[in-house]
Design a protein around this ligand. Structure first.
Ligand SMILES: [Zn+2]
Ligand SMILES: [Zn+2]
Length: 323
């Protein structure tokens, strides 16, 4: 799970010129580095950093700022082909990546990540059943949850304190946490066992999520489906925990955990008149319709879903200054 890091010469991020001009000759040449995209607080927020262009390279200028994505009524920008390390925050102070490393799998390079996550493999394959790798999330309470996306269901795990945010990030209709675990390792073990027992996947493809947005939400139906699965899980609980090692820290079994399902509300009016198509071009222009999960939905001719959640690390070029 290590990532490629390529050092960029000349202490900066290479400026990518516009390869194609738009038909109406709008130029997108004002660069911002995307530092983050998050759903904290129930609405999307995009964190950008103004960049200064000099001698073909871009360097940070000023501090990152947030755009409440919902305030963006129109989208009109161009994205870079490559991604560069987003740097890090230390006690609220932003520290850019010293080498402006190119990144692939994560938004940070290994160096910048090492301050908070010394062992990145513990993100996807948590292995700290005794002691900690040093990551703050490794030893805190987690949940295993179910999320419903129209008629699809998946199993996942996340930190207890941010389970609703996790559901928002995924663009789920409903989330139901099932049980509480003492650490991340225990959550991953139980996620696997529950996924197997219920015969449910650990991910739902984006194409199924997006095509669902063209159909009405029937939240009552999803609530019932997830709640029934929790009841079924409780009925087979003894079987699930038999054979689980003592290193797995179960703090609350499904029957003891009273948290009910949460209906997730997004700034997107559903059902959409038609399911949006996935948008992949570098120039993104149109009227913003709304946001769900990783996607911004906009209209330009038809409806499009653009994966704004994957922009952290990229440079976005606007036609004019935002700050
Ligand atoms: Zn870095
Ligand atoms: Zn760990």
């Amino acid at each position: 799970m290590m990532e490629d890091s390529t050092q960029v010469r000349g202490k900066g991020i290479p400026h990518e010129r516009c390869a194609r001009m738009t038909l109406d000759m709008v130029r997108h040449e004002v660069p911002y580095h995307v530092i983050g995209y998050s759903w904290e607080g129930g609405s999307p927020s995009w964190t950008l950093l103004s960049m200064r262009s000099c001698g073909g390279v871009l360097t940070p200028s000023g501090d990152p700022f947030d755009i409440r994505a919902e305030e963006m009524k129109e989208v009109n920008l161009r994205t870079s082909g490559s991604s560069y390390c987003v740097g890090r925050f230390d006690n609220g102070k932003y520290i850019p990546c010293p080498d402006h490393n190119m990144t692939s799998q994560f938004a940070q390079c290994n160096y910048c990540m090492s301050f908070e996550i010394p062992d990145p493999s513990c993100i996807f394959e948590p292995h700290c059943s005794r002691g900690t790798c040093g990551a703050e999330f490794c030893q805190i309470e987690h949940v295993v949850y179910l999320t419903g996306f129209r008629e699809r269901t998946k199993v996942g795990m996340t930190q207890l304190r941010r389970f609703e945010t996790r559901g928002m990030e995924q663009g789920a209709d409903v989330i139901l946490p099932l049980l509480v675990l003492g650490d991340r390792y225990s959550a991953r073990v139980m996620e696997w066992r529950i996924s197997k027992l219920l015969g449910l996947p650990q991910s739902v493809p984006s194409s199924s999520k997006i095509s669902g947005w063209g159909r009405p939400r029937d939240d009552a139906k999803i609530l019932k489906r997830l709640s029934d699965l929790k009841i079924y899980l409780s009925s087979r609980w003894d079987e699930i925990v038999s054979g689980v090692g003592g290193e797995v820290k179960i703090e609350k079994a499904p029957i003891e955990f009273e948290q009910g399902p949460v209906i997730l509300k997004f700034p997107l009016e559903e059902p959409l008149p038609s399911p949006p198509r996935r948008y992949h071009n570098e120039i993104v222009r149109g009227d913003v319709i709304g946001y769900k999960g990783n996607y911004l939905v906009f209209r330009s001719g038809g409806l499009w879903a653009w994966r704004i959640g994957e922009t952290p690390g990229r440079i976005v070029y606007f036609s004019e200054r935002l700050d």
